[in-house]
Write a protein that binds this ligand. Sequence first.
Ligand code: ZN
Length: 453
Amino acid sequence: MDKLHLDAALTPEGWRTDLTLTVDAPGLIAAIDAGPAPAGAARLRGAVLPGLPNLHSHAFQRGMAGLTEVAGRSDDSFWTWRDWMYRFALALEPEDVEALAALAYVEMLEAGFTSVGEFHYLHHDRDGRPYADPAELARRCIAAAGDTGLGITILPVFYAHAGFGGLPPGEGQRRFICDLDLFGRIAEGAQAAAAASPRAGFGIAPHSLRAVTVDQLQALTASYPQGPVHIHVAEQVREVEDCLAAHGRRPVAFLADTVALDPRWCLIHATHADEGERAAMVSAGVVAGLCPVTEANLGDGLFAGVDFRRSGGRFGVGTDSNVAISATGELAMLEYSQRLATRHRTALADRGGSTGRALLETSLAGGAQALGLGPAGIRVGAPADLVVLDTDHIAFAGRKGDALVDSWIFGPSTGAIREVHVSGRRVVDGGRHIGRSSIEARARKVLQRILAS
Ligand code: ZN
């Protein structure tokens, strides 16, 4: 058993000082004791926050960050961005996927995320044929997470069609496409790889209502009755219009009529859910998977987050396209987008409470639920996933308690994370991941090669 002594920590009971965590062999917090550091305990100096789950990532897209910002001849949209993404995806070999995932995961850890939901849809070889091991690329993502120390919930994606009504897939989608049989083999391999890794879990991800028929959706949920289920649901207005045209209902309403929504569901980009759909999400206890930076980058639109939170809705955040990997960036963008929409400040805070703390605690609970992680936070039974803020950083001068969280999220806090621990193991030290140099060098070679061609 390892002992970690924390000067100050945000726990479910609020801020506490002088705590010693006893961490067991799998990395769970076995006991929390108050008082001075016992002999032999490692000291975590600063203010300790729980590590955040990043509930939605497409790791390979990290390699495209900043490359899709040149204006096209026609109106740029999600759909023109997606054409670019397809071309990039078609260039990647398995070792490239692993190298880019490792880079993304290092950056997630340095940003204060300690686990990720990898919404994994790049399955097959460049010509569209399955690899000898159909789960090859899922294993690469799990390996990258294992190398970096990041917890991962691998979510193999079922993707069968190009649009509503079972449209045949396009040539650019050839690396994603499965029938239910092939998906079963990918899922089996991914599940086995996850079971062999100490911080990996498994769930499924029907890609979207565009890409999956009703029959397929029902077959999938029947075949996988446990674990997280994620779906892209209403990111684009066109998607809502197409769903209305095909099924006579909006996407979330249609989904709720098609499958039994329950707390294992995470609806990614419920951006255009209307009031009735949001009420259905709240009563089913699903998590809204919000990806504020990517949704802004893609010009998706705004989720009605204030109404949703006031009515008891659960949400978490994801870095999605990984265009800028930052926990504070996602939380600040989420809050600011709601302020712009409602013309109020402290939009997602509880009355009289800190906005930063509300954002942190809500997305911790929502993210942990969405990734099937069990108890989260600095409490007995949860993994020792810890983010240590450097309270000597100028962003925190004169601050304590919740003001530290607000100053971290909204203030000039670049470089404010001193250490990150996952399952009690330190993976970020002095603000830098312990394996960054070699992981960065490997990713640099991949990007130089791919972008040169
Ligand atoms: Zn996505």
